[in-house]
Design a protein around this ligand. Structure first.
Ligand code: ADP
Ligand code: ADP
Ligand code: MG
Length: 666
């Protein structure tokens, strides 16, 4: 076994690999970019090497720097995690040439599966069922268009080198094909440096079911059953589970054996995932093979009781697989939810910022949290905005669902927008709870999943008000302690006012709505009036940002996290956000992000879609911005005229930068 390995990755997966290595007595070397100098994976590793600037192509993607780091630290093997260089065959080869072990498959297997088109050709030969479509070498646009017409719409155009749900376009009708092809190729070039595409029949109401396979260097190959990853947004997985609900034993075996055949056809070694698209009747087709450890591998670990990273390390060291097929079995049910910094209500727009508060649910045999960040850390625009993976296990699917609901309710994050509320609705929605799964579930359930904004509940407003009052008291006490005269009436915060009635208004903004709380100070409580109704309140500040609050005859425990004028209120398993509105500092509404013609985040302009001087309708696409590896279309906010573009295609823009000079028609 190795005594020291280097992990060529960051975030939760680097931390996850370090955990197993440490348990096995293997020393670890982390690598990091300038943006990650203080990251959790750097803190956890035994030593760490700086690679370069924040941009991945200048740090985590530079094979030479990683090899150099291995030499400097004496690391004998490299775990690539997922993403970055994990499916880069030149990297695997370069390591081998330097006498360093790649903890992954042979370069030849990565190459064989690297292109979705080439993989399909090989799988066809190995008699693995294929999604119907065109995966030829001829890439003439007219020919591709004809092939699509022949396959019959809807079709999916896929970048052969694609991954992570990027580089895919659904085409509903022949007339839309040329534009979709151009846009797919543009994204493919910028994300993967290769615009070769394939076309597939778009399967309606499909399930995404994938098989975890494992092979060693001695010719053994097993499958560790399936994961159902049907719950997706923009072809990216959101919730994953194992086993797949409703999977008959016989089909599990068929899919498992097809996956093993796929792996054997390319001389596979190590952990791999064979992804199938399955119709509702169970018919399944090969989609692609991911030649690495998958993001969602923990659900497999939870139901099999195995540590897949340990298996990877053993196999890479030349040992046999720890178990044979007949020794593997499924126990219970596991679910994984990907906790992201993103705004589900704004098209899952990635968010960035500091994790002012980050309090995940407590871990146990039922709850596991894989994360790369801690409270105080930052989610930067440079990398994937995943905060953590929340994994739960129980004997049954219903038990696991209940655990997930509770764990999401207990998850506290403040400082940036997350998808936690969205995930809570997702696991509660009848379609998911009832295992009525297909990749269109989120779209189908959108009324349930994206309800119109509700006013903040009265309790949360009252708690927020009490929070302000308690903070003032606390601050006054601190001020009194540090000033010369602790008994001065000027430090009192009990509502005593010279020549003033002891009533005041504390105001909040709930979205666009201004909400006033009238506070009257009484001898041992406050009388708080909101919306014409009065509640008697008391409160006590506990440690940190926790408060004990009494509202009439009820007692509650809540947390209120304040960042500037933002207040995140954690109360009884839900989170609401208010803005403290100070009438003295009220700014007028014309803020620079409102127009929709500013960059919602730092990024690169990839295409200008209108001409200066052009008159456009409301909603006309004007410009495409690529940010955080996704394309965002900036559209006309109203009917009007495009005066000028502020940037040319290819230029970098800062967060909030004005992109288009636009004149409204009226
Ligand atoms: P699949 O390849 O089937 O989509 P994964 O969900 O494991 O499976 O993710 C694929 C790869 O894409 C991973 O390497 C992951 O790092 C990367 N990835 C996933 N989501 C994003 C994203 N939003 N932005 C950038 N990279 C992503
Ligand atoms: P990636 O490399 O980005 O993971 P995949 O080929 O694995 O690309 O496809 C990602 C997702 O897109 C699948 O999980 C599925 O939801 C959807 N998808 C892919 N191919 C098809 C298809 N032929 N019909 C319908 N949906 C598909
Ligand atoms: Mg995939």
């Amino acid at each position: 076994m190795f005594t020291k390995i280097l992990i060529a990755n960051r975030g939760e997966i680097a931390c996850r690999v370090i955990k197993t290595a440490r348990r096995m007595g293997i020393r670890t070397v982390a690598v990091y970019s300038e943006a990650d100098a203080n990251a959790r994976h750097v803190r956890l590793a035994d030593e760490a090497v700086l690679l370069g600037p924040a941009a991945a192509r200048e740090s985590y993607l530079v094979a030479d720097k990683i090899i150099e780091a291995c030499k400097r630290t004496g690391a004998q093997a490299v775990h690539p995690g997922y993403g970055f260089l994990s499916e880069n065959e030149e990297f695997a080869e370069a390591l081998a040439a330097n006498g360093i072990t790649f903890i992954g498959p042979p370069a030849s297997a990565i190459r064989a599966m690297g292109s979705k088109s080439e993989a399909k050709k090989l799988m066809g030969k190995a008699a693995v069922p294929l999604t119907p479509g065109y995966h030829g070498d001829d890439q003439t646009p007219d020919l591709l268009h004809k092939e699509a017409d022949q396959i019959g719409y809807p079709v999916l155009i896929k970048a052969a080198a694609g991954g992570g749900g990027k580089g895919m376009r659904l085409v509903e009708k022949s007339a839309d094909f040329p534009d979709a092809l151009a846009s797919c190729k543009r994204e493919a070039i910028s994300s993967f440096g290769n615009d070769h595409v394939l076309i597939e029949k778009y399967i309606t109401k499909p399930r995404h079911i994938e098989i975890q396979v494992f092979a060693d260097t001695l010719g053994n190959c097993v499958y560790l059953f399936e994961r159902d990853c049907s719950v997706q947004r923009r072809h990216q997985k959101v919730l994953e589970e194992a086993p797949a609900p409703g999977m008959p034993e016989e089909r599990r075996r068929q899919m498992g054996e097809a996956a093993v055949a796929a792996a054997k056809a390319v001389g596979y070694v190590g952990a791999g995932t064979v992804e199938f698209i399955a119709m509702q009747d169970g018919t399944f087709y090969f989609m692609e093979m991911n030649t690495r450890l998958q993001v969602e591998h923990p659900v497999t670990e939870m139901i099999t009781g195995q540590d897949l990273v340990e298996w990877q390390l053993r196999v890479a060291a030349g040992q046999p697989l720890p178990l044979k097929q007949e020794q593997l079995e499924i126990r219970g049910h596991a679910l994984e939810a990907r906790i992201y910094a993103e705004d589900a209500n704004k098209g899952f727009l990635p968010a960035t910022g500091q994790l002012i508060r980050l309090a995940p649910p407590a871990e146990s045999i039922n709850v596991r949290v894989d994360t790369g960040v801690e409270e105080g850390d930052e989610i930067t625009p440079f990398y994937d905005p995943m905060i953590a993976k929340l994994i739960v296990w129980d004997e049954t699917r219903d038990g696991a669902l209940a655990r997930m609901r509770q764990a999401l309710a207990d998850y506290q994050v403040a400082g940036l927008t997350t998808n936690i509320d969205f995930l809570s609705r997702l696991v509660a929605c009848p379609a998911f709870a009832g295992a009525d799964l297909d990749t269109g579930l989120i779209e189908r359930q959108k009324d349930f999943l994206f309800p119109a904004a509700q006013p903040v509940p009265r309790d949360a407003l009252l708690v927020a008000t009490v929070g302000e009052l308690l903070w003032e008291q606390h601050a006054a006490k601190l001020a009194a302690k540090t000033s010369g005269d602790p008994h001065s009436p000027w430090h009192a915060r009990d509502g005593w006012r010279m020549n003033l009635s002891s009533a005041r208004t504390i105001s909040f903004k709930d979205g666009e709505t201004l909400v006033d709380a009238q506070v009257r100070y009484r001898r041992d409580h406050w009388a708080i009036t909101v919306a014409g109704e009065t509640t008697l309140a008391r409160g006590k500040k506990l440690e940190g940002d926790r408060f004990a609050v009494e509202l009439d005859d009820r007692r509650l425990i809540a947390s209120v996290v304040a960042v500037d004028d933002r207040r995140s209120i954690f109360l009884q398993g839900s989170t609401v956000t208010l803005l403290r509105d100070d009438p003295l500092h009220r700014v007028d509404a014309g803020d620079s992000h409102g127009g929709g013609l500013t960059a919602p985040m730092p990024g690169k302009v990839v295409a200008l879609l209108a001409q200066p001087g052009q008159a456009v309708e409301k909603g006309t696409p004007l410009l495409i911005l690529e940010a955080m590896k996704m394309e965002h279309t900036i559209t006309a906010p109203a009917a009007g005229v495009v005066k000028a573009f502020c940037y040319a295609a290819g230029e970098q823009v800062a967060d909030g930068a004005a992109l288009v000079e636009f004149e409204n028609a009226d």
